[in-house]
Design a protein around this ligand. Structure first.
Ligand code: NAD
Length: 637
């Protein structure tokens, strides 16, 4: 293919876009050729780094080639476009998660599809001619190719501004907004590329980079934030129209060219994505909800007609800008069900053993993110998007990663005995259960002897965190094993701390849960005392949750039914986190405290109370917050 050059030079996999006459616009074939090359180089030890550049001064890549999409779409063939976008997004996802550095050199225009190729690598280099933009709303799409991830992460309301105005970022603004990393004078690029090819080492990039001047958009951020914080397109337009300023006039002019439905959906997309559990997978998934419907139900075909077919530049959009119904936005962004974006081709093969309260939603999140997940649970439970195997060994065989989420150390040791021999060499075992430090270390040794990586990675955050993908992982193991597990932690959680060598994750977890058990008891006994003092539970919550007695057990997992956010107390104390699991964790902390001669009187008392509750007072099978009815029905003796 003459549109693109793919080769290995020295230690670098080299990709050069060579359609300068068409501003290097990306065709479907170019997209597939890049994916093929990346697949081959991922396991080719001679390739240390991938370097992507483009011919010509005017553009790195001005976008996707949309003419073919128009041709098929106007004939009522929407499947071609859906496949095109799904394949393109899979490539964007692959670049983002590529196991080797990907360096891109972004001269001139980098827009739309060009952002998908150029702005997801590990090192994104810009220079004086760089102009980066997400102009999709102008043709009736929304910012896509994973661009909504950067927009949602951009400072303040810069994302809403860039997505709805299609404003161009210079080098300084692109770095400020998170679309680029390094500013290097363009005359130095050829020498830098030659060094990358010769050495495969990316440290030369930072060494050649200098600080660009702040861009005009960074300077305009206070204006942007003031106008773009509204809940909807209509809110934003209202404040802009109420202001007599150059900023407001210029912004309204830019937005006046774009599809109102697209702008309204772009704003809603960013509002939904922004938050601690944001991942590229979630961004692509939501973008695809729109793009898969864009031809049939959006303004896309009309947008292309006006822009590149009739070139009259007067598109007849479906809605006026102040008049986009909320239902139209919801319909464009509704989940696609069976048709949802599948990034599976680039995902990992994962075995998941233990699909209980925690394991099932964690496995489902991995499947949703495009990984191929095979599960097993002795109880026969399943998880959404997960294929069940007949045995733990079957679920583990041939997988890149195997995750266990089991009740205790004895069960973990037994399961590890089955799955480790079935795992392929070089794969990684991640145990997310809470178990004793000795079991964690024993499993790590066994994995190491079998040529596997191993991470003990217990979690905090409960079932809410497991389903919302906001868990905290505390990990023990080698740096290499932690790095292999990190992309999955990013999907299942919002934070992963590498605590040290094998067993360090469990040590952190045991300490955390000793605090949790004691705090739950303190919260429950305080509610029971408040009851007897005639204090309303809601008032108690209102005070404590905003006073110095606040805690996770009060504020996020309140043990009083009907008070605070939804918790197991509102579901008759169905676990959640079962009292017997808390008993187990408190036992583990006391076992550890004895081993190292640590004085832990509160932990010891909490253990005693949970033992009594579980073994003698009917607490087994109830959530650990069911301590509240226990205290509420007792007196001092
Ligand atoms: P759970 O009892 O709901 O799930 C454990 C699952 O493991 C069950 O479905 C069980 O059938 C399965 N299992 C048992 N033996 C098995 C075997 N040999 N092979 C395959 N599957 C087997 O417990 P959970 O609440 O999901 O907790 C799992 C782990 O996570 C525990 O170690 C717990 O301490 C820890 N944890 C739980 C929470 C929580 O809020 N529930 C929070 C943090 C950590």
């Amino acid at each position: 293919m003459t549109d693109i050059s793919i080769r290995i030079v020295g230690q670098a996999g080299r990709i050069t876009l060579q359609r300068p006459h068409a501003l290097n616009a990306m065709t479907y074939e170019m997209c597939l050729a890049i994916e093929d090359a990346l697949d081959g180089w991922a396991t080719d030890d001679t390739v240390k780094v991938v370097v992507i550049d483009a011919e010509g001064d005017r553009a790195f890549c001005s976008g996707g080639d949309i003419a073919e999409l128009y041709k098929t779409g106007t004939k009522g063939d929407y499947a071609y476009g859906q496949k095109f976008w799904a394949d393109e997004y899979r490539l964007n996802h692959k670049i983002f998660h590529y196991p080797k550095p990907v360096v891109s050199f972004l001269q001139g225009f980098t827009m739309g599809g060009g952002v998908g190729i150029g702005c997801h690598g590990s090192h994104r280099v810009v220079g004086d001619s760089s102009q980066i933009a997400m102009p999709e709303c102008g043709i009736g799409l929304v910012p896509d190719v994973g661009g909504s991830l950067m927009l949602a992460l951009a400072p303040g309301r810069m994302g809403e501004y860039l997505g709805t105005t299609a404003a161009r970022m210079n080098a300084g603004d692109a770095i400020f907004a998170g679309f680029a990393d390094h500013y290097v004078i363009e005359a130095h690029w050829p020498a830098l590329i030659a060094t990358l090819e010769a050495t495969g080492d990316t440290s030369c990039i930072a060494a050649s980079a200098t600080q660009p001047a702040p861009g005009p958009l960074q300077t305009a951020l206070p204006d942007i934030d003031r106008h773009f914080h509204g809940a909807s397109l209509s809110d934003i337009l209202t404040t802009l129209r109420a202001e007599d300023s150059d900023f407001a006039r210029d912004t309204l002019k830019r937005m006046g060219r774009n599809s109102p439905l697209s702008m309204a959906c772009a704003i809603e997309t960013l509002h939904r994505l922004r938050g601690p559990s944001l991942t590229l997978e979630k961004a692509l998934d939501l973008e695809y909800c729109f793009t898969a419907r864009a031809m049939e139900h959006g303004d896309f075909l009309e947008g292309i007609r006006a822009a590149i077919i009739d070139k009259d530049r007067t598109p007849k959009w479906k809605y006026a800008d102040q008049d986009v119904p909320a239902t139209a936005v919801s319909k464009m962004l509704m989940p696609l069900g069976e048709m949802a974006l599948k990034l599976g081709g680039s995902g990992m093969k994962i075995g998941f053993i233990g699909l209980g309260n925690m394991g099932a939603p964690m496995a489902a999140n991995l499947a949703k993110a495009g990984h191929e997940v095979t599960g097993f649970d002795v109880a026969g439970t399943t998880a959404e998007g997960v294929t069940n195997a007949d045995t733990a060994a079957d679920a583990a065989a041939g997988k890149d990663i195997v995750i266990t989420m089991l009740p205790n150390g004895d069960i973990l040791r037994a399961v590890a005995g089955d799955v480790i021999p079935a795992m392929k060499s070089g794969a990684t075992l991640i145990d997310c259960s809470t178990v004793d430090v000795e079991s964690a270390r024993a499993v790590a040794e066994q994995a190491d002897a079998a040529g596997l990586g191993c991470v003990d990675a217990p979690v905090s955050g409960g079932i809410g965190g497991a389903s919302g993908g906001t868990l905290t992982f505390m990990a023990g193991g080698s740096t290499a094993a932690f790095e292999a597990a990190k992309p999955l932690f990013d999907i299942m959680g919002q934070k992963a701390v590498h605590c040290g060598d094998a067993g360090a994750g469990q040590a952190a977890k045991i300490c955390n849960n000793m605090i949790l058990g004691a705090t739950m008891i303190a919260t429950c006994e305080a509610f029971a005392l408040a009851d007897k003092l005639g204090l309303d539970r809601q008032k108690m919550f209102d005070v404590v949750s905003t006073s110095s007695g606040y805690s996770w057990t009060m504020n996020a997992y309140c043990p009083a039914p009907g008070v605070g956010p939804q918790s197991p107390a509102d579901n008759e104390y169905t676990p959640g986190f079962a009292a017997e699991l808390m008993l187990k964790d408190l036992g583990l902390s006391q076992q550890a405290a004895e081993a190292v001669d640590a004085d832990t009187p509160m932990g010891a008392r909490a253990l005693e109370l949970y033992r009594q509750f579980v073994e003698d007072e009917g607490g087994r099978g109830k959530d650990f917050s069911a301590m509240l009815p226990r205290f509420a029905t007792r007196g001092r003796t």
